[in-house]
Write a protein that binds this ligand. Structure first.
Ligand SMILES: *Cc1c(COP(=O)(O)O)cnc(C)c1O
Length: 415
């Protein structure tokens, strides 16, 4: 990786086709925000949209808003806006509930679609909630949870045993930032008779995703990271059209019923992805998400990918060229661009205080145990020059030892 100059970064900013989007976000002065992979920044349009839903749709129109403001259909309206961001058809995605709940629904539905097979397969390095929910789903369905290391060979071996009902994989690893080959791994699962559920938490809004083209069965993703939907924003569920008539998810609530306003006594699933809904949704939070999705629907995702790779390359070139950097920094994220999501993870035994010292300088990243410094790159509101400055600040923090100040060692509840 070659290191480029600050001057060259300024030129890249001047020629950046995504630069105008920066104005559409409200970011505090004086910080470089490299944590949009944890909580995306606030779009300028969001506060007004939320206020309108609260004051007009709720305050004035009250219950009429279920029809008049499209509240009832909001999970589908929002799903249709997420769909183009993940390579799905509009009717294959619904928005509602949280990521963890939706993973549970998808896993149980997949097990039921694959009777006679008794293993839920996952990878040991997956995000903990994915592991925990898999355990819960296995317990409830009388299946077995099995884990393998995140290597294609280990996955293939486990699938070849022939008893895997469903495999749950993260498209981009939350810790390392590694991007997996969705097409190849989906084909691998199918070849061995398993269904596949993709976790897109670190993919949606970060990298191009082609769910339909890859033949994925189910996918789940959160909207508060790269999609800027706001803290605790509802998640989305993708259900491939071929499963629309047969998938049965376990939280069979009235919002997923075929005729909810008949108020009949028995559950009958709705047609299509709507059957993955359960109950009433947080419409104020939906308003915040919709403001952001309306922005996203104006974005060219190929430009996002191109700039994302340029930004991560720039950051790596300064902090860990060739895989290692000053003061013992080590690159965890794959160096090959095609295997990289939109984040850079570095390891250092003193990662926690280093991140804290960096935050004190106005560069916001985060830390993931045991030793990973994580930096997310969001091309809509980050520029080249500030990424250059952030990377330079990190090198200075490590080389100067300023992270050794005891105040940087104090751990808060959320790291
Ligand atoms: C962020 C993240 C989650 C979050 O789950 P929630 O239910 O929204 O808290 C799940 N999986 C992965 C891979 C994540 O990165």
């Amino acid at each position: 990786m070659t290191q480029i100059s600050r001057e060259a970064c300024r030129k890249l900013d001047a020629a950046d086709p995504l630069a105008p989007f920066r104005e559409e976000f409200l970011l505090p002065e004086g910080i470089v925000y490299l944590d949009g992979n944890s909580l995306g920044a606030l779009p300028r349009a969001t506060p007004g949209r939320v206020a309108d839903v609260v004051e007009r749709e709720w305050g004035r129109d009250l219950i009429a808003s279920w029809n008049k403001a499209g509240w009832w259909d909001k999970p589908r309206t929002l799903g249709a806006k997420v769909a183009p961001l993940v390579g799905a058809a509009a009717d294959e995605v619904v928005v509602g509930d949280g990521t963890s709940a939706n993973i549970f629904k998808a896993l149980v539905a997949a097990v039921r679609l694959n009777p006679g097979r008794r293993v839920l397969l996952g990878e040991a390095g997956n995000f903990p909630t994915d592991l925990y929910v898999t355990q819960g789903a296995a317990e409830l369905t009388g299946t077995e949870e099995r884990r393998v290391p995140a290597e294609p060979a280990a996955l293939e071996e486990a699938l070849a045993a022939g008893d895997v009902a469903v495999v749950l994989l993260s498209h981009v690893d939350y810790r390392t930032g590694e991007l997996r080959d969705m097409a190849a791994l989906t084909e691998l699962a199918h070849r061995h008779g398993a269904l596949i559920v993709w976790d897109l938490c670190h993919s949606a809004g970060a990298v191009p995703v082609e769910l339909s083209a890859c033949g994925a069965d189910f996918a789940v993703g959160c909207t508060y990271k790269y999609l800027n939907g706001g803290p605790g924003a509802p998640a989305f569920s993708y259900v491939a059209r071929r499963h629309h008539e047969t998938a049965r998810q376990p939280i069979s609530g009235w919002h997923g019923h075929a005729r909810p306003f008949d108020f009949t006594g028995d559950y009958e699933p709705a047609a299509g992805a709507s059957r993955f809904l359960s109950g009433s949704q947080p419409l104020v939070a939906d308003a915040a998400l919709e403001a952001s999705l309306d922005l996203w629907n104006r974005v060219d995702l190929a430009q996002v990918r191109e700039k994302s790779l340029a930004l991560t390359e720039l950051f790596i070139g300064i902090t860990a060229p060739g895989g290692t950097g000053p003061g013992g920094l080590r690159l965890v994220t794959p160096i090959e661009p095609e295997r990289r999501g939109s984040q850079v993870a570095l390891s250092h035994p003193d990662g926690y205080p280093i991140v804290q010292a960096l935050i004190a300088r106005g560069v916001v990243g985060d830390f993931r145990a045991p030793d990973v410094l994580r930096f997310g790159f969001t091309p809509l509101y980050l520029g080249y020059e500030e990424v250059f400055d952030a990377a330079t600040a990190l090198v200075e923090v490590v080389e100067s030892g300023e992270w050794r100040d005891p105040r940087f060692a104090e751990r808060e509840q959320v790291t």
